[in-house]
Design a protein around this ligand. Structure first.
Ligand code: FAD
Length: 447
């Protein structure tokens, strides 16, 4: 993919995505010749769905089962656009019909665990499923207990909106119900977490909504960190577009701005330093872990799952791959772009396992765009490869790029359009959509 001063050519980007399954064609031919092997995938997000689609397209005879409890996937990526009123939720809601049409066996159930010795996955209802290779891609879980007063039940009143669908709708409803002049509190999580620039993009897009609909209102970001992703360009946007609305309260040597306690009845949010904020809308984003099944089945070390950087095989269990947000991917951030990129690599590894085909080289990529205001987006990204750093063999960033303050409006507009094209490409690919289903512009209506 061409990068000129960090700029990715959009057509080349789409071609690069499309090229990956083609590069598996040799493996696909071998797979067809091989006996029918079984691959079971837990989780139908960008990680799991992309593994399923890539495998099935490359090797139609492979027996591929995707276990996913939801019948529709409403993405977290672009949910800030929905929350800010720039996109209807239907635009970020997808079905698994394309996967079924490809011949993937989509089982709408919750996987409850697996037996690595027997190579079986247990599901909530129904018989165990046998596998030759298992892919675990359950996304994230939340450390609810770390904040006094916060819990899964409290997240109804103070939504985190860090998982897609219901939570995003709740936050949007809380904003709609708020009176003009209220305070919106966004409590950001500690590293590592899903989508590092996400809380700050959300601040911009909610502030934009307040400016349009509730101009007397304010927004404060309470942050347990001292610094964050794309900080310079976000701070520029806060000053340029949302000067009288957004207040950023980072932790410093004196003040710890992490949230110690909340009261969902009164809206109080209390920091570790003892400051109290009376929120009309509290968006409490807790610290995170790998999805529950990864923790309970022994794939994790601490909060996340270690993988072999060359392959994304579990470092803890044979015949199991872990992909997406649940992994420890070191420099590679937890994003849908990363997850789908890892997933393509894993599909190639599985075909190589099952057929003896050549292993694809370990090369990964990520780009994360953030919208500051309509038509002005910024981005950060890099390539990643296995390497030795910090005394360990890990995934290391190469050729990183990041948007800078003071860039031209034209460049920012290009980023914005590139990001919309990326959403289309990614979701078309992961949900095996037909060409006619992907022609819509994502900013087609209001939420
Ligand atoms: C506000 C916000 C904005 C974002 N914006 C971007 C962006 O612009 N670009 C970007 O690249 N990324 C973005 N992200 C990050 C992106 O959403 C995640 O990185 C991505 O969804 C991770 O994919 P995943 O497949 O690992 O996990 P998920 O998308 O969470 O998918 C996991 C799936 O596994 C299922 N599952 C869990 N447990 C089980 C089980 N036991 N049995 C069966 N199924 C199970 C879940 O139902 C879920 O569907 C954003 C995130 C947020 C919160």
């Amino acid at each position: 993919m061409t990068q000129i001063d960090g700029h990715i050519d959009r057509r080349q980007f789409a071609l690069a995505l499309a090229a990956v399954p083609l590069s598996l064609s040799a493996a696909a031919r071998a797979a067809r010749a091989a006996a029918k092997a079984r691959v079971v995938i837990v989780g139908g997000g960008p990680a799991g769905a992309t593994v399923a689609v890539t495998l099935k397209r490359a090797s139609p005879d492979l027996d591929v089962t995707l276990i996913e409890p939801q019948t529709q996937y409403t993405s977290c990526f672009y949910s800030n656009h929905f929350i800010g009123g720039f996109m209807p939720i239907t635009r970020i809601t997808n079905t698994y019909d394309g996967l079924t049409a490809l011949g993937i066996n989509v089982v709408h159930a919750h996987a409850t665990g697996f037996d690595a010795a027997k190579r079986e996955v247990a599901i909530e209802k129904g018989a165990n499923l046998r596998y030759d290779r298992l892919v675990v891609a359950p996304g994230i879980g939340f450390k609810y207990g770390a904040i006094e007063g916060y819990s899964e039940a409290a997240s109804y009143f103070m939504p985190h909106a860090w998982s897609g669908g219901r939570q995003s709708k709740l936050l949007r409803e809380r904003l709609d119900d708020m009176e003009d002049g209220g305070l919106v509190v966004i409590a950001a999580p500690r590293n590592p977490y899903r989508c590092p620039p996400g809380p700050y993009e959300r601040a911009c897009l909610i502030a934009n909504y307040l400016q349009r609909e509730k101009p007397k209102s304010k927004l404060v970001i309470l942050d347990p960190k001292m610094a964050f992703s794309k900080q310079a360009v976000f701070e520029e946007a806060f000053a340029k577009y949302y000067k009288d609305i957004i207040e950023l309260r980072l932790t410093n040597d004196i003040d710890d701005m992490s949230v110690a306690r909340v009261d969902p009845k009164t809206g109080e949010v209390v920091t570790k330093s003892g400051e109290t904020f009376k929120a009309a809308v509290a968006n409490i984003i807790p610290d995170q872990t790998a999805g529950a099944i990864a923790l309970s089945s022994g794939l994790a070390e601490g909060d996340w799952c270690p993988i072999v950087p060359e392959t994304f095989r579990s470092a803890k269990m044979d015949n199991v791959y872990v992909v997406g947000d649940a992994t420890i991917a070191n420099d590679m951030p937890k994003s849908a772009f990363s997850a789908s990129n890892q997933a393509r690599a894993v599909a190639g590894q599985i075909l190589a396992d099952l057929t003896g085909a050549e292993r694809p080289p370990a090369a990964y990529r990520n780009t994360c765009w953030s919208m500051l205001t309509p038509g002005d987006s910024v981005k950060i990204g890099a390539d990643y490869a296995p390497g030795d750093a910090k005394g360990k063999h890990i995934l290391v960033a190469k050729d990183p790029f990041i948007s800078k303050p003071g860039e031209t409006a034209e460049l920012r507009k290009e980023n914005y359009e590139e990001s919309l094209a990326w959403y289309e490409t990614l979701t078309a690919d992961m949900f095996a959509k037909t060409a006619s289903a992907t022609g819509k512009h994502p900013h087609a209506g209001r939420g």
